[in-house]
Design a protein around this ligand. Structure first.
Ligand SMILES: Cc1cc2nc3c(=O)[nH]c(=O)nc-3n(C[C@H](O)[C@H](O)[C@H](O)COP(=O)(O)OP(=O)(O)OC[C@H]3O[C@@H](n4cnc5c(N)ncnc54)[C@H](O)[C@@H]3O)c2cc1C
Length: 509
């Protein structure tokens, strides 16, 4: 086959224009890197990305990331529709989320435990839609100069010490770095020789739109039964879990009306009749994670790096977190301002967060199994979730409020997301992060702090201003991803600050 070589070399090629690839592209382009996205599918629109199948729950770190890049106000859907998975009989019983299908209720959560969430923080969770998110991110990426070529599947690549040559059919492209954001069956992961370790599935999941002759035979809402789970979010829209060890999904047999009816009858213990299948797809709870996220000039992010059951909806959030973490680090490397250790910190910080999410999904599957033992455990978890401490714990995990990195520091708040402090003039800290720079936030107007960061003003914004609640700090150094890198009480340790600046912002020293 004759190959056409595209002569320009991009800083980064991203494989896949899913939400993670698009968000990463935005982060890189914001930092003035040249980015090409190669996307396999020609048409970015799909019914599976739209309401109700495309509905995704966004967690706190995702909402904060979108807010800090001025993207949050572009999400409109949550204002128009309610979460179809929520039981909103009464506002006081509003479902805040679930674990293994067991709801926790918003009114039962003790938010006073989350000391860093100041009044005026972003929401803890909201719903969006894959289509809405991808459209928003595509628009932003294009505005920032990202080139997106659709109908271009990456088929292979070759890396040397200096560059990567990417193959897409009969065309090849050159770049300094390649990031695989090409989803669960990632070609980049496979061609890159990444090990993908984990556990095999317990069930096949189904998302379908069907016509049902006798829908009254089914119960509304989420139904965990002795053989699986079914949920009819609105008439004809069915989600099911069938504990067949993933056999049907792995068989890659075509999904038929007859098959869905047989599965539904077995799970619901009814003789319900399905006469037409409009849309159908399957998935599993296979839980696997790449054992490293980098091989030379190749990185993985999003579902390419980790897969797990979508129970409790965390995969998208996990992937967007990868993108927020990797973007500024890779950009600094491209601009020759980074050491290897900065790039290594991507895996060091993100792998444990991914592993926690995989375990969270495994735990849910375990207590959803149609066995007496699992059902007994399920009942105990349900009791615990109905307590105030239980609801608070589960909300904290599901909404990602407790997410933080171990940056090896004993200073308070380090490794955590910066609280959304409100300055005296009404400005909130998140609003000062739109350009992706780091920040030194100085509540006391310390001239030495100002001088220390003045030589880094291309990458660290100095912000001086008082705030009502400063959480016992006088100054904070904040990374471009909103993570606190250093804090001080009323006696700043300038040497510690310089070390933190060197570690995260000044890699040439
Ligand atoms: C039923 C269900 C419900 C879910 N609910 C939630 C939820 O509520 N919250 C949540 O956080 N997560 C949820 N998830 C998970 C979430 O959808 C995924 O984690 C998320 O879409 C991953 O994004 P991504 O960009 O990494 O991958 P994808 O969205 O899979 O995008 C990958 C892109 O790469 C492209 N591609 C593939 N191969 C190639 C190639 N060789 N070359 C170029 N391009 C390629 C694909 O066409 C695609 O556009 C759910 C998943 C399912 C199945």
């Amino acid at each position: 086959m004759k190959t056409t070589l595209n002569h320009s070399t991009h800083d980064v090629i991203i494989s896949g224009a899913g939400p993670v690839g698009l968000f990463l592209a935005c982060e890189l382009a914001l930092a003035k890197c040249s980015v090409l996205i190669l996307e396999k599918v020609e048409n970015p629109y799909s019914p599976l990305k739209q309401f109700p199948f495309g509905i995704r729950g966004l967690s706190t770190p995702t909402i904060e990331a979108l807010y800090r890049r001025d993207l949050l106000k572009g999400l409109e859907l949550h204002k128009r529709i309610k979460n179809p998975h929520q039981n909103t009989k009464q506002e006081s019983q509003r479902q805040g989320g679930h674990f293994a299908g067991i709801p926790f209720h918003s009114d039962n959560i003790d938010t006073s435990k989350w000391k860093n969430r100041l009044p005026g923080s972003t929401e803890t969770s909201l719903i969006s839609e894959m289509q809405e998110l991808e459209t928003l991110l595509t628009h932003r990426a294009e505005l920032l100069g990202v080139e997106i070529r659709r109908g271009h599947a990456i088929t292979d690549f070759h890396q040397t010490a200096d560059e990567v040559t990417v193959q897409s059919g009969d065309q090849s492209f050159k770049c300094k770095w390649l990031v695989g954001c090409d989803g669960s069956r990632s070609v980049v992961r496979k061609a890159g020789g990444f090990e993908f370790a984990g556990t095999e599935p317990e069930f096949t999941g189904y998302s379908t739109q069907v016509d049902i002759d006798d829908p009254e035979k089914l119960n509304p809402g989420r139904n965990v039964t002795s053989t699986g789970m079914y949920l009819q979010s609105q008439p004809g829209y069915l989600i099911m879990q069938d504990f067949d060890a993933g056999t049907f999904h792995n068989s890659e047999k075509p999904l038929t009306c007859e098959h869905i009816q047989a599965v539904l009858r077995r799970i619901s213990n009814t003789n319900v009749t399905i006469n037409t299948l409009h849309i159908g797809t399957t998935w599993t709870d296979r839980a696997r994670q790449a054992t490293t996220y980098r091989n030379g000039r190749i990185f993985l992010a999003g579902d390419a790096a980790h897969i797990h059951a979508p129970l409790g909806g965390q995969g998208l959030n996990l992937g967007l977190g990868d993108a927020m973490n990797l973007g500024w680090k890779l950009a600094a490397t491209i601009q020759n301002r980074a050491s290897e250790s900065l790039l290594d910190s991507y895996y060091i910080e993100r792998y444990p967060i991914g592993a926690q999410v995989l375990d969270w999904s495994r735990a849910q599957v375990e207590i959803m199994k149609p066995t007496p033992q699992a059902q007994a455990l399920n009942a105990i978890i349900r009791d615990l979730m109905n307590t105030r401490d239980g609801a608070t714990y589960f909300a904290g995990r599901v909404w990602g409020i407790d997410t933080h990195y171990n940056l090896g520091s004993n200073l308070p708040l380090v490794g955590h997301s910066v609280p959304n402090f409100e300055l005296e003039d009404g400005t909130r800290i998140g609003e000062l992060m739109y350009d992706g720079k780091g920040m030194l936030l100085d509540f006391d107007g310390d001239a030495s702090l100002k001088k220390t960061v003045s030589e880094y003003d291309d990458r660290i914004r100095y912000v001086c201003g008082n705030t009502i609640d400063r959480l016992a700090t006088s100054a904070l150094l904040i990374r471009p991803d909103g993570i606190i890198a250093w804090t001080s009480d009323s006696n700043p340790d300038y040497c510690e600050l310089q070390n933190a600046i060197t570690r995260w912002f000044d890699f040439t020293q």
